[in-house]
Design a protein around this ligand. Structure first.
Ligand SMILES: *Cc1c(COP(=O)(O)O)cnc(C)c1O
Length: 355
């Protein structure tokens, strides 16, 4: 019999999202409600002509686009097949058997599975009111802690902590602990939280920032994420990335999407508008909804049973939200912001369940 190494054999299969059937409208994966910039789609299509070649392993034009828009040093930008690839490689580079990777109660589930793959222990610090608590993160640090993951804005909560709190976390952490700030949804909160303050943290040499094209840029299917990392950490990360990780059309589409900030900002504004209306509707129905700074909302029902009844009623109408039992939030469903017509249908179903 062919046997895997024991720690892989003992792993549960990665919990893939339930995607429903062909009629299903997914509000489950936080994909953008709007298409990518037309210039991004055109650039991706044009780049398909170059597909006999391998993609450039240095992502030169994509790095340049990111560096220009955010005012960053391109040599410190590292691109991945989604930020998931970057997160997985950071964990492989900086944690091993018996080490601790510290997240928070409602941190990104992928981090936990990536930690287990390297036989590290994944530990969660308490969140308070569905929001990261820097003091609780700090008190969960032990001598075995090698990496702290902070998702800001948070998924699945949608809540945000101020930049000053992230800086306080960093300056209070031991210098030998890597801090990774996952900013997958930051484009939705950049207007209120100056991104330059967070990017500047890499100058310390102990902090990495990750972002993605999967959410506000509408390119989840292209698989492009990026990290802003100090040179020493970037060199280790580079060793572990697949050398040709981002396909030619994906590099071209992402670079053009980055250069079309007008389109991205419109998407963010339209998404926020739909989100605020949906939050208001849901609160009027008696649901508890934390203020979201993302393209999704967390709906808290009065009981697990009520959340399950809502989930079943939504599914009967081919609407699929994401159950939160895996996060210990069985009384919640997470809803991605979709077109207004979809959100209105969801509200009507919820109204039927709640009244
Ligand atoms: C969607 C998401 C990502 C992005 O993953 P990609 O691999 O870039 O698509 C990262 N972190 C969190 C918390 C997310 O929700």
């Amino acid at each position: 019999m062919i046997r895997p190494v024991p720690h892989v054999g003992a792993l549960a299969a990665y919990a893939l999202a339930d995607l429903g059937g062909p009629q299903t409208i997914s509000l489950a994966q936080n994909e953008s409600a709007f298409p990518a910039s037309p210039t991004a789609i055109a650039a991706g299509q044009a780049a398909m002509a170059d597909m006999p070649l391998y993609p450039d392993p240095e992502w030169p034009d994509l790095r340049l686009a990111i560096a220009e828009v955010h005012g960053l040093d391109q040599s410190n930008i590292f691109c991945g097949a989604g930020s998931m690839e970057l997160i997985g490689c950071l964990i492989r580079a900086y944690a091993g058997q018996g080490d601790r990777v510290l997240g928070t109660d409602y941190g990104y589930a992928f981090v936990a599975s990536a930690a287990v793959q390297v036989q590290a222990d994944y530990v969660k610090a308490r969140e308070v009111d569905l929001t990261v608590s820097v003091d609780d993160v700090l008190s969960a640090v032990t001598p075995k802690t090698r990496i702290v993951f902070l998702c800001n804005p948070g998924n699945p909560t949608g809540t945000v902590i101020p930049n000053a709190e992230i800086v306080r976390l960093r300056t209070s952490l031991p210098k030998n602990v890597l801090l990774v700030v996952d900013q997958a949804y930051a484009e939705f909160s950049d207007a209120e939280h100056d991104p330059a303050e967070i990017f500047a943290m890499i100058q310390r040499g102990d902090t990495v920032i990750t972002r993605t094209f999967s959410k506000a840029y509408g390119l989840a299917g292209a698989r492009v994420g990026w990290a802003y990392a100090p040179p020493g950490i970037g060199a280790e990360l580079r060793k572990l990335l697949n050398p040709n990780n981002v396909s030619i059309p994906s590099q071209a589409a992402a670079a053009a999407a980055m250069r079309d900030q007008t389109h991205m900002r419109e998407v963010v504004a339209k998404t926020a508008h739909i989100r605020e209306a949906f939050i208001e509707d849901c609160r009027a129905l008696g649901l508890t909804v934390p203020q979201s700074h993302t393209n999704f909302v967390l709906l808290r029902f009065s009981s697990i049973d009520q959340a399950q009844r809502a989930d079943a009623a939504l599914r009967a109408e081919n609407l699929l939200m994401r159950g939160m039992g895996g996060y210990g939030l069985g009384d919640c469903l997470r809803a991605t912001i979709c077109a207004p017509g979809v959100m209105n249908r969801a509200r009507d179903v919820l109204e039927g369940v709640l009244t």
